[in-house]
Design a binder for this molecule. Structure first.
Ligand code: IPD
Ligand code: CA
Ligand code: CA
Ligand code: CA
Length: 263
């Protein structure tokens, strides 16, 4: 497998897609709801996914594509090479703010993440990693993360599940929110993974993410020594939705042990 060629091609597609998204603000954006009223999708999410799929199939016809908007392959196993793509992660931000969204892509071989990319389109911030060769922010090597105790940690957490919910006991999370230095919520799982990897926040967690939300970011996070698991401490599920936490290693252990109580 020529990973160098795949890497160069993936980067060029992401940059081109980013340009298409920026230009889309001069066109009409059609907003629709998916299964739930606040689960939004636009014609741009779909166009960008289709752009990637066309280009990937042209060059690598035997690779499979797992994309959020469903134009790729039906993925039921992790065999071979799979491109796990979220054409716009943070669609709500894309619609409401025209910023704070990202293209997220992970390229996996037999279920193992080899290449990971997160492109914060409006800031032109590019994060990427090659398994075993380190992670980069705009081509600058990211240092290995050093641990931070909970009292000094800034944690990415969505306010809606600090309220009572059916998946985890919320009181321990309330305690964690009080104990840590601060919380942030950026509205794009990919950007939050990029922020953990580049040391801007110390942990990020979510009650429900899909493979394309985390696939690219996990490759990047692992290269700087962050730990990414589901809330049971297992490898996140790559064929369906799962809970998710990524953090500096000691902090990951501390949060799972003391603050996450699954129902
Ligand atoms: C969403 C974002 C959001 C997270 C949601 C995801 P989308 O992705 O990453 O931050 O909380 O769970 O579904 O739908 O904007 O690609
Ligand atoms: Ca979506
Ligand atoms: Ca997403
Ligand atoms: Ca998306």
């Amino acid at each position: 497998m020529n990973w160098g060629a795949i890497d160069r091609y993936a980067k060029s597609l992401i940059k081109e897609a980013g340009h298409k998204i920026r230009v889309s603000f001069y066109k009409t954006i059609d907003v629709e709801s998916k299964a739930e009223a606040n689960d939004l999708v636009t014609n741009i999410d779909r166009d960008i996914e289709q752009f990637f799929i066309r280009k990937i199939r042209e060059k690598f016809p035997d690779h499979r594509i797992f994309g959020e908007e469903g134009f790729g392959d039906e993925i039921k196993s992790l065999e071979g090479v799979i491109w796990m793509l979220d054409p716009i992660d943070g669609t709500m931000n894309f619609i409401h703010q025209k910023r704070n969204f990202a293209i997220s892509l992970g390229i996996y071989l037999e279920g193992v993440g080899i290449l990971g990319y997160i492109y914060d389109v409006m800031n032109d911030d590019f994060y990427h990693a090659v398994k075993g060769e380190g992670a980069y922010f705009n081509d600058e090597r990211l240092p290995m993360l050093e641990n931070t105790p909970i009292e000094e940690a800034v944690i990415g957490v969505n306010a809606s599940w600090v309220a009572p919910n059916r998946r985890i006991e919320h009181m321990p999370i309330v305690e964690m929110v009080h104990r840590c230095r601060g919380t942030r919520s950026y509205g794009s799982a990919a950007i939050e993974l990029a922020y953990v990897s580049s040391g801007r926040i110390d942990a990020y967690m979510s009650l429900r993410l899909s493979p394309w939300d985390i696939a690219g970011g996990m490759v990047i996070a692992q290269e700087v020594g962050a730990i990414a698991t589901n809330m049971k401490g297992e490898n996140p599920h790559l064929l369906g939705q799962d809970t998710f936490i990524v953090a500096k290693s000691g902090l990951h252990e501390e949060i799972l042990k003391n603050y996450i109580v699954l129902k």
